[in-house]
Design a protein around this ligand. Structure first.
Ligand code: AMP
Ligand code: DBH
Length: 573
């Protein structure tokens, strides 16, 4: 939480207004009553009805025993019930934990146990997967299903006319959002009503939302981008309409844009590319579309340049993070900014520091680590004291792990990343989390997961493994099946596999895993020497491209049979 002097400042500046999520919906219902808040297929839900549904569900959840501060893991696709659920929980002061539909038993089990969740609210079969099977990892959490309950509690049965207890206050936590993370276990991000709604209201303003706005959601609705930048909450603040889609496929989405006269949509870069290619082929009527937001991963300049000409709308680049800071290019910015930068911060009180490896600020125009502090950036992850000591500076700046450059006007250009994360088209993967799962394979002695450049996704994942003495090297399909069986979300499962005899170590016998990953990435992206193939599942000799003793590489390989250096080896034998 923010120190008192900062909290006072943010209140005095008018950023924190004392609004809660429930206030947002109540005000919207009063102001916009019969206007359509949500379109889900053939269903059209007014603001008045949305508020009523949320309050009735809040009463039912309360009767079921859901209380203020309880954690409730919410895993729903882009369906209208999502809004009933989150506003019901907001009203009670119970904290939604925003899982993604792609999460499987590994993630859901962890969220339920780590947060001691009271309930797990999910769906039936979605995208070919039966989410009710996740009930087995929900522990003591009550399983509630939107759809056919299959023996669990049906969400539809919970709407009730019962009484409601007093709700939470604006400085209370509203929910726990997920971080893409860079460590073994996902981190949870505690956001308050006051801080989050400040970013939402400002975002709605920056993105020009009005009651006539129609916002298309194809990204997972619980993702921070789709929720708050300006996202569905920004639309509700402005009195516009949220149009939900469970697919991002242009063949379905383009007619939906036309039918609902969608004015603004948010995409990650691979989807933007898909839409551009499809629009060139199909020549759809996208005349209602005014703004296409693209964020979550770096957008190539060449793709950015096609948005205006091909889709006939403005591009807005969005560089944000669930921990807080969000940057936008502004709607009246010129092409030089919109096509080549990732925007500037929302707030005059967003503090942005760009520093070298010793935390010393670098001159403008120079690439450095982005640190930030401000009225909607967290001061710490939820229940993660040890991690917080390194993820934040002593004076409360969040170390984003992004490498950026600041140019005229305070605009930022994302140049890379220093965190141990793969950004697979906007889906973030913590290298260590996947490595920990790889190490459970009986034939794997050690593992390192790295990002490989990819024309479509920006990055894909490659797992390097060292096989245990005497074991047969697994092939990619076996590794993938192993990780799927462990219940890891599909987007975290490596795209490629390289088997190496051993990991290299430095002259002093120590290798940081980050150096190791950099080395392996270089190995994988350097054209292979004769005999060393870069194909999935192929073997490659460690150290092939490195000159012996080359100081730029982590160093020479360890002696055959020597486990990788101490601090590197995570093998279990
Ligand atoms: P998370 O902290 O999981 O919410 O993920 C936020 C991260 O996504 C940022 O720290 C960046 O690494 C990345 N990111 C988001 N938007 C962009 C963008 N427009 N360009 C490049 N990277 C981005
Ligand atoms: O990637 C993100 O997490 C992100 C991107 C754009 C985000 O959280 C946001 C906008 O708010």
């Amino acid at each position: 939480m923010w120190p008192d002097d900062f909290a006072d400042r943010y209140r005095k500046a008018g950023h924190w207004t004392g609004q809660t999520f429930d206030d947002l919906l109540r005000t919207a219902a009063e102001k916009f009553g019969d206007r359509i808040a949500v379109v889900d297929g053939e269903r059209r839900i007014s603001y008045r009805s949305l508020r009523e549904r949320a309050l009735r569900l809040a009463a039912g959840l309360h009767e079921l025993g859901v209380r203020r501060d309880d954690r409730v893991v919410v895993q729903l696709p882009n369906v209208a019930e999502y809004f009933d659920v989150i506003f019901a929980l907001f009203r009670l002061g119970a904290l939604p934990v925003f899982a993604l539909p792609a999460h499987r038993s590994a993630e859901i089990g962890y969220f339920c146990s780590h947060t001691s969740a009271t309930a797990f609210i999910t769906t039936g079969v979605h995208d070919g997967f039966d989410h009710r099977t996740l009930a087995s990892v929900a522990g003591s959490a009550r399983v509630i299903v939107a759809g056919d309950p299959g023996g669990h509690t049906a969400l539809a049965d919970l709407y009730s006319d019962g009484d409601l207890p007093p709700g939470p206050g604006p400085s209370d936590l509203g929910f726990l959002q997920l971080s893409g993370g860079s460590t073994g276990l996902p981190k949870l991000i505690p956001r308050t009503h006051d801080d989050y709604l400040y970013s939402v209201r400002e975002s709605a303003e920056i993105c020009g939302l009005t009651p006539d706005s129609s916002y298309l959601v194809v990204l997972p609705v619980a993702h921070n981008f789709a929720m708050s930048s300006p996202g569905v909450l920004g639309v509700f603040h402005a009195g516009g309409t949220v149009v939900l889609s469970t697919t991002s496929d242009p063949a379905t989405v383009f007619p939906l844009i036309q039918r609902e006269r969608v004015t603004i949509a948010a995409l990650v870069p691979p989807l933007a590319l898909l839409w551009l290619d499809a629009a060139e082929r199909l020549s759809p009527d996208l005349s209602s579309l005014e703004v296409l937001q693209v964020g979550g991963a770096k957008l190539l300049d060449s793709v950015a340049a096609r948005v205006g000409p091909v889709l006939g709308c403005k591009l807005q680049q969005v560089f944000g993070m669930a921990e807080g800071l969000v940057n936008y290019t502004r709607l009246d910015d010129g092409d030089d900014i919109v096509l080549h930068t990732q925007g500037r911060p929302i707030s005059p009180d967003d503090e942005v520091l760009i520093v070298d490896d010793s935390d010393v600020p670098v001159p403008d125009g120079t690439v450095g680590h982005l640190l930030t502090r401000g009225p909607y950036t967290i001061r710490g992850y939820w229940n993660a004291e040890a991690h917080n000591r390194t993820a934040f500076t002593a004076d409360g700046f969040y170390r984003t792990g992004d490498l950026v450059r600041r140019v005229d006007g305070g605009y930022l250009i994302v140049e890379g990343r220093a965190k141990d994360q793969i950004n697979r088209g906007g889906e973030k993967i913590a290298a260590e989390e996947v490595e920990d799962h790889l190490l459970t394979h009986p034939a794997v002695h050690d593992a390192a997961v790295v990002a490989l450049p990819d024309d479509y996704l920006g990055e894909r994942t490659c797992a390097f493994i060292v096989v245990k003495d005497g074991a047969t090297a697994p092939r990619l399909p076996q590794i993938r099946a192993h990780l799927r069986d462990r219940g890891l979300a599909a987007f975290k499962i490596p795209d490629k596999l390289r088997v190496v005899e051993r990991f290299p170590v430095t002259g002093v016998g120590k290798t940081s895993r980050r150096e190791l990953r950099t080395f392996l990435r270089d190995l994988a992206t350097t054209p292979a020497e004769p005999g060393a193939s870069a194909e999935p599942g192929a073997s490659a000799e460690p150290g092939t491209p490195a000159e012996p003793g080359n100081p730029a590489a982590p160093g020479t390989p360890a002696e055959p049979g020597t486990p990788a250096a101490s601090g590197t080896s995570k093998g279990t034998d």
